[in-house]
Design a protein around this ligand. Structure first.
Ligand SMILES: [Zn+2]
Length: 715
């Protein structure tokens, strides 16, 4: 099979609505980066694109949460994510953003192209509309009970509890998260991409052509989508945040984010080409380009079914592969941003990378562990203890130890220079390690070409393991002692033979180390760079074609002193991380209130039982409302000043639809006094007022029957 002429590699565009955790990193970023670094070392023509996905309702929702504008949110998180990726040695050729004009134009052109060729349908439908706020409700703005698992943490697009994809119509008892009211249905017209028309194409292309070379998990998910019946999918929506629709009937509508986001790969390629004075078209139109999308499993449907249909209709090439990863769990539980059960890239960077002198070591330790446990075929688990073991026992004790012993002995026994290889006295052990060095290249290469990064990394570590075995068998330090003894022995002996054995051992260990640098480079680029420094050679040596060679380091060439490649991870560090994780856990029950920005109780009974200790953690106090005013531009929020006896607190409460500000001054209330402060519409709220909700949905204060001193505890 002839090699592709060029490669376009993409990593899923992360949503610019928050920091990303290591589960994301393991899923769509590190594997892509390994693959790209390998291709670059192969001198292939490769462009690696990624960027922030800055549209969709998640952005204005986050803006509401943080009391700011959508623009401020995307600026903040775009910069943060870009920085985090850089800090973890992700080597994108461009990290773009979908808010850029070039992307808007590209996505609009794409829409118009399909629209003018009659590839889209329009349909009038009834959609949920919130009369209180006069807006059509995006799926994310509708909350209700999941028809699948019964959880009340289900949104109009997906259930947070069981992960099932939903449509708003499937929700039981839907309410608007904007007003807390039951929405009505209202007519609206939208464009649709009729996926069903392309079923035969998908069957042929995925289920036949790619059934063997794509991951079984990916083909399996595609099969179930196809067999489940492909519905037309709306590509426009009523929203004011996104890419406007270039059509006479498009007023007030934007492109659905799932439609514009993957086009972001194209606009990023265009921008990269502009920046580098290259042509972008071959990467998206030439059949000799290999397009590979790296994504997490939640993105399979978009990259294997929907986007390929769009690409086909638009005349672009199709992806050659979509090596999607499964999920990474953390310490025995699903990673979750809303429950704060996660390890953000930023946290790792602060706790490990930033604390290191120089840099790169901590980055590579994480890259190593995440690759070693990569969820390539099934979900896997990040365990802090596992991280410690991987770093200390494998990276340190096997790889690091081999390189370090080689350097120390070479300085001690060979004067810091590469000794000669004496071909006349090669032993079976020498010949064995030479064969292993030569064989490692194709083993690692074949696995990388098949996107089996975990196994490929194993082979690299295995070569260093063999290096240790080899050195252990040859025992150059014993040979050195024998040599010293022979030199002073009156009877003499085979001085030359002993010296040759030492030379051969150290020569081969050094060539093996050079090979390790080349092979580890795609996975742990900082380690490879450090090894280059120790070998005093230029980066060119890392070219993949040098792997498997036995003459990388010239005889007589002087090496530098060894540097520690990997430090030990101490028990204390692990203990600290586990405790930090556990103490930060937000229980789903309290989380509901966090998400809805209101005191309106959404749950209706059926909460799991708690221990007395759980209850005792809540500091309930009687307070007196001394002032109240409406919060600007927030229909349902009141800003209250509440006298708690020892201090007067500002509390923002979602009760404005039920009470007028002036009516409630002087009322006594029960306050959750130790709720962590949070910002709503830019105002810091320090507590929560307890409310009871009646059958009609009206709220009532919970308060003592008789007037009592503010600050009185409620037990
Ligand atoms: Zn569910």
């Amino acid at each position: 099979m002839s090699l592709p002429k060029r490669y376009l590699i993409t990593s899923a565009l992360p949503y610019a609505n928050g920091l990303k955790h290591v589960g994301h990193l393991a899923g769509a970023y590190i594997p892509a980066d390994i693959y790209v670094r390998y291709l670059r070392a192969q001198k292939r023509d490769v462009v690696f694109v990624c960027g922030s996905d800055e549209h969709g309702t998640a952005i204005p929702i986050q803006a509401t949460k943080e009391g700011t504008t959508p623009r401020a949110i995307i600026d903040k998180y775009h910069e943060a994510m870009k920085q985090d990726f850089e800090d973890l040695s992700m080597s994108f050729d461009i990290y773009h953003r979908t808010s850029e004009p070039i992307h808007h134009e590209t996505a609009q052109e794409f829409f118009t192209y399909l629209e003018e060729r009659g590839e889209l349908e329009t349909k009038e439908t009834e959609q949920f509309f919130d009369e209180a706020t006069n807006t059509f409700l995006a799926d994310r703005y509708i909350k209700g009970t999941c028809p699948n698992c019964g959880s009340d943490r289900a949104f109009g697009d997906q259930c947070e509890n069981c992960g099932r994809t939903l449509s708003p119509d499937e929700l039981i008892n839907p309410v608007s998260t904007l007003s807390g009211k039951t929405p009505i249905k209202k007519k609206t017209t939208h464009w649709y991409l009729p996926l069903g028309k392309h079923e035969e194409f998908l069957r042929e292309w995925i289920l036949k052509e790619h059934k063997d070379d794509w991951r079984a998990t990916v083909v399996g998910q595609c099969r179930s989508w196809i067999e489940g019946g492909l519905q037309s999918r709306a590509i426009s929506r009523d929203l004011d945040w996104g890419i406007s629709i270039p059509h006479a009937d498009g007023a007030g509508k934007v492109l659905y984010v799932w439609f514009d986001a993957p086009i972001g790969y194209i606009s990023a390629t265009k921008q990269w080409a502009l920046d580098n004075k290259k042509e972008w078209e071959p990467y998206w139109y030439s059949e000799d380009t290999k397009l590979v999308h790296f994504v997490g499993k939640d993105n399979i449907v978009f990259h294997c079914i929907i986007f390929p249909i769009m690409l086909k209709l638009h005349g672009n090439i199709l992806p050659t592969n979509v090596p999607a990863n499964e999920f990474l769990n953390l310490e025995g539980d699903k990673m979750s941003t809303s429950r704060n059960w996660k390890l953000d890239m930023r946290d790792y960077i602060n706790d490990f990378v930033k604390k290191e002198n120089g840099g790169g070591q901590a980055v590579d330790m994480l890259r190593y562990y995440l690759t070693q446990i990569a969820p390539e075929t099934k979900d896997s688990e990040f365990m802090w203890k596992g991280f410690q073991d991987a770093v200390n026992s494998e990276l340190g004790n096997i790889f690091g130890n081999f390189v370090n012993r080689t350097w120390v002995l070479m300085h001690k026994l060979c004067g810091g220079k590469v000794p000669k290889l004496h071909e006349d006295v090669l032993t079976d052990d020498d010949k064995w390690i030479m064969r292993e060095i030569e064989a490692a290249k194709s083993k690692v290469e074949n696995l990388l070409e098949e996107y089996k990064f975990r196994e490929a990394l194993f082979e690299v570590i295995d070569l260093s393991r063999k290096g240790n075995q080899y050195m252990q068998k040859k025992e150059p330090w014993i040979k050195a002692k024998q040599l010293e003894a022979l030199k002073v022995s009156p009877t003499g002996g085979d001085l030359e033979g002993a010296q040759k054995s030492i030379d051969n051992t150290m020569h081969l260990c050094l060539q093996l180390s050079a090979n390790l640098a080349i092979l580890i480079n795609p996975f742990l680029p900082n380690t490879a760079k450090k090894m280059l420094g120790m070998m005093k050679v230029v980066e060119k040596m890392l070219d993949w074609e040098n792997a498997g060679k036995l003459k990388l380091l010239s005889v007589g060439y002087a090496m530098r002193a060894p540097e520690l490649l990997f430090r030990k991870i101490e028990d204390d560090e692990i203990k600290y991380q586990v405790e930090k994780l556990k103490s930060g856990l937000v229980k789903p029950e309290t989380d509901k209130k966090m998400e809805t920005d209101t005191n309106t109780p959404l749950g209706d009974g059926g909460k799991p039982s708690i221990q007395f200790d759980d209850f005792a953690k809540i500091d309930l106090k009687v307070g007196t409302i001394v002032a109240a005013e409406k919060v600007e531009k927030a229909d349902k929020l009141l800003k209250l000043s509440v006298d708690l006896g020892f201090e007067t607190r500002t509390i923002v409460s979602g009760i404005a639809l039920h009470f007028k500000a002036e009516e409630i001054v002087g009322k006594q209330v029960v306050v959750v006094a130790n709720l962590a402060p949070r910002k709503m519409r830019g105002i810091e709220s320090n507590g929560m007022i307890l409310m009871a909700e009646d059958k009609e949905g009206k709220l009532h204060f919970v308060n003592p029957q008789d007037a009592i001193n503010p600050g009185a505890p409620v037990n």
